[in-house]
Design a protein around this ligand. Structure first.
Ligand SMILES: [Zn+2]
Length: 63
């Protein structure tokens, strides 16, 4: 695999490091629509990432 150092993406985060959308499993890389929710469950902080409002609503309203 070749990595182009002049890649126009300009992202600090590569896909492998990016969080994945909880709904569609897409890696979320520098998306302005990125949504994150956190909550406490069993004394642990849980985090969910969503690539945009559509995926966020899908998760929030159930199937
Ligand atoms: Zn998504």
């Amino acid at each position: 695999m070749t990595v182009d150092p002049t890649s126009s993406l300009g992202a600090d985060v590569c896909e492998e490091d990016a969080p994945q959308c909880d709904t569609c499993s897409e890696p979320i890389v520098n998306k302005p629509t990125h949504r994150v929710i956190t909550w406490i469950e069993d004394n642990t902080t849980k985090t969910s990432h969503f690539c945009d409002d559509a995926c966020f609503s899908t998760e929030a309203t159930g199937e």
